[in-house]
Design a protein around this ligand. Sequence first.
Ligand code: NAD
Ligand code: ZN
Length: 253
Amino acid sequence: MEMRALLGQRLLERLATAERFAVLTGAGVSAESGIATFRDPNGLWAQFRPEELASMEGFLANPTRVWQWYQYRRHVIESAQPNPAHIALAKLEQIVPTFTLITQNIDRLHQRAGSQRVLELHGNLEDHHCAQCGRPYQGEISAEIAQPPRCPSCGGLIRPSVVWFGELLPAGVLAEAEHAARTAEIFLVIGTSAEVYPAAGLPLIAWHHGAMLIEVNPTPTHLSSYAHAAIRQKAGVAMPHLVALIEQLRSNC
Ligand code: NAD
Ligand code: ZN
């Protein structure tokens, strides 16, 4: 179906005039860049549960395995390129007055596509800190390092600065994301299964505060029943059309 028909008249009117947009992205927005989503059954690491690879318990039980998993992911991400969905979102930031891009992804592909301001709810793969004393780690992490380095201050194990299961999200980042959700007129949810909280709660906060919700995901989620429009397409297909339409709607008024 054509994008206008999928959105409907009320949403088209709001897209033409809204001042405040917020977006939440998940692993699905990077799927077309060749980066497997967490729950991808074909993933090389599919024999492990996410909790075994992305938790402090899992890290302490087998630091080398967890470290190598992140080294592998960093390698995949470095070889990947932003796709048309990342590029369309960077463009949308330029078109609308207030724009907040919130991501659960740790791959930095939004930034590489040109997005200026990205709220990283779950950290990123470039930064590291000590699992014991918490100090940031400044040493270089090259692809050859097969074991987690040791902290120069306390000797603890160095870990990637991503948010693991059971850990709190960075408070300032979450507060900014919640503010954006409360004040958004349009909230886009792209490529997330919306199963991991508190990220998954942001679209609902926006909905309760009167935002119109647009979901872009080939597969329905529990958010779908709240969405004013559910676009059942891949992000890399839908987003360039959606952003082009928003630009067109706003140049006419
Ligand atoms: P998820 O794997 O739980 O869900 C991915 C969602 O994307 C699914 O709903 C799926 O239907 C949808 N999807 C798949 N292909 C798509 C496409 N081409 N276009 C649009 N949607 C598509 O991922 P999640 O919701 O982000 O949550 C899991 C956690 O995994 C997050 O905390 C995130 O930090 C982490 N993670 C990040 C990356 C990354 O940085 N790229 C990769 C894997 C996992
Ligand atoms: Zn330390």
